[in-house]
Design a protein around this ligand. Structure first.
Ligand code: ASP
Length: 368
């Protein structure tokens, strides 16, 4: 398959860059130029510019909403935020906003950031409690402060000051999922599941039917005037240590927009994305000529090459976790890639709202 050979090629360019010490200092220009030549253009809208909206796979409603707003003349940042608000407010999505899975104490803490291409301004909130739509608070940080990132209690007080309504974000359904985790993830504490459902495997590793998850929505758009914007929003890693901040509210990790080049965002294991400045790496790779898809693969290869902890690797030395990158170039090309196969991303372009397959580094075995 063509993807495999490109993967091998990119792998060799990353290895070559690493051997030359280039990874630590930035992206090797030679590696990027070579990969750009090899990579096949992908994605509808090649060379056509906007309007195009892309999102993580859970964002088909967001891409539709955002496209509608842009076609009606709305600003792309307002458009993508309105798009992800649908998912933030949806109690059935346990990875974002209201209804998101909580931290280990049973408290929902949300992360989000936004970035506006034409002004290159950004806003973000992290570990924000009680507010359903952290992306809107992030936008107010962008517009009404001289800061980029507010966290925790300060972020909540800021949201209050701007009139955001406070609610308990922990739905009954999410509370029950958390309680199940709490009662089963260890047999060395005093929490015990109801007698009829005790299952030693579940208690040992939080596996079985206990929902233990990452999950996020990223959405980026470009309008007909070539103006880019993006947003990422999440409840983060379920059962995280209170105060843990993932990649989603970090400009350059979970989202980056450069109006001269393109936009990129991520979902998946945030720690790994932060460690390679993920979204920024993707945008810089596009700046040096890679297609959106090749740029996403390049950043994923960097994650694979930089993951050294045994606990995070399988028996073949591959990351056990997943990360996905989504990228939108200024000319309207788009692409997505994941560490593991069978991922998709959402895209609305040329009048069609649909899922497209993500490229990948490693094929999932049929069993998983
Ligand atoms: N990236 C998010 C985080 O680490 C979670 C995810 O996208 O699955 O918080």
């Amino acid at each position: 398959m063509a993807r495999c050979s490109r993967r091998e090629f990119i792998h060799s360019t990353v290895a070559a860059a690493a051997a030359g010490g280039a990874l630590g200092a930035g992206i090797s220009a030679d590696a990027l130029a070579a990969a750009a030549q090899t990579a096949q253009p992908r994605g509808a809208g090649t060379g056509a510019g906007g309007p195009v909206v892309i999102s993580s796979a859970n964002g088909l409603r967001a891409t539709k909403k955002a496209m509608g707003i842009m076609l009606a003349g709305g600003d792309p940042l307002d458009a993508v935020i309105a798009g992800v608000n649908i998912v933030e407010e949806d109690p059935t999505d346990h990875s974002v906003g209201y209804g998101g899975l909580p931290n280990e104490d049973g408290v929902v803490e949300l992360d989000s950031c936004v970035m506006h291409g034409p002004t290159h301004r950004a806003g973000a909130v992290a570990a924000l409690r009680n507010i359903k739509t952290p992306s809107r608070v992030a936008k107010v940080v962008l517009e009404r402060t001289d800061h980029v990132l507010l966290v925790g209690e300060g972020a909540l007080r800021f949201a209050r000051a701007h009139g955001f309504e406070e609610v308990n974000l922990l739905t009954d359904e999410a509370r029950k999922i958390w309680l199940k985790w709490k009662e089963r993830h260890s047999d060395r504490d005093d929490w015990i599941p109801p007698a009829e459902v005790v299952d030693d495997d579940d208690r040992a590793d939080a596996g079985g039917d206990v929902e233990y998850t990452y999950g996020t929505i990223n959405c980026c758009a470009i309008n007909g005037a070539g103006e880019l914007a993006g947003v990422t929003t999440t409840s983060g890693l379920s059962y995280k240590i209170p105060g843990r901040v993932g990649d989603s509210p970090i400009i350059g990790a979970g989202l980056y927009v450069d109006n001269d080049v393109g936009a990129a965002g991520s979902t998946g294991r945030g720690e790994s994305v932060i460690q390679i400045c993920g979204a920024h790496t993707v945008v810089e790779a596009m700046r040096h000529g890679m297609t959106p898809e090749a740029a996403c693969l390049y950043a994923l290869e960097m994650i694979a090459a930089k993951t050294h902890e045994k606990r995070l690797l399988d028996e073949k030395g591959r990351p056990k976790f997943d990360v996905k990158f989504y990228a939108l170039a200024r000319d309207g090309r788009h692409g997505g890639a994941a560490i593991w196969s069978r991922a998709k991303y959402a895209v609305f372009s040329e009048g069609r709202n649909r899922h497209e397959p993500c490229a990948f580094l490693f094929e999932r075995s049929l069993k998983t």
